[in-house]
Design a binder for this molecule. Sequence first.
Ligand code: FES
Ligand code: FES
Length: 155
Amino acid sequence: MVEPQSSLLSVLRDHLKLTGTKEGCSTGYCGACTVLVDGEPVNACLFFAVDADHRSVTTIEGLSPERGELHPLQSAFIESGGLQCGFCTPGMIMSALGLLLAHPAPDEAAVREALAGNLCRCTGYQSIVAGVLEAAPKVRGADAAPARKRARSRA
Ligand code: FES
Ligand code: FES
């Protein structure tokens, strides 16, 4: 149960203690609070928690395939040097994942457009874009693997 005026961000961080999602501006400007709702990126600071009722919410904590393992986007950000202080990183990764779910093989311009609402105070944009492009084929593979497994188990 949540207050009707509670933001999704406050419920995630303060009630559920999922502090991977960051609070930056609280006004929809920085993108630090980006999560996926039904697979689409939203600014959790502007999204009423009650509007997430009966919908799927994915935060950065939900990306690891297994405990202790990293999602391909997380690995690619590390390998490309796409994070410095790391404050913007969860939001960047969730926006990138939203893009890759909708467009599995984006070009650089599409990546830049998808991340336009995410600000990095450390200004690591070049490396961030490189990381997303590097991760795209691996994310396609990661999505396909469970589908292949399901198909095998049905056979
Ligand atoms: Fe939500 Fe900045 S904290 S957009
Ligand atoms: Fe520091 Fe982006 S890595 S704000």
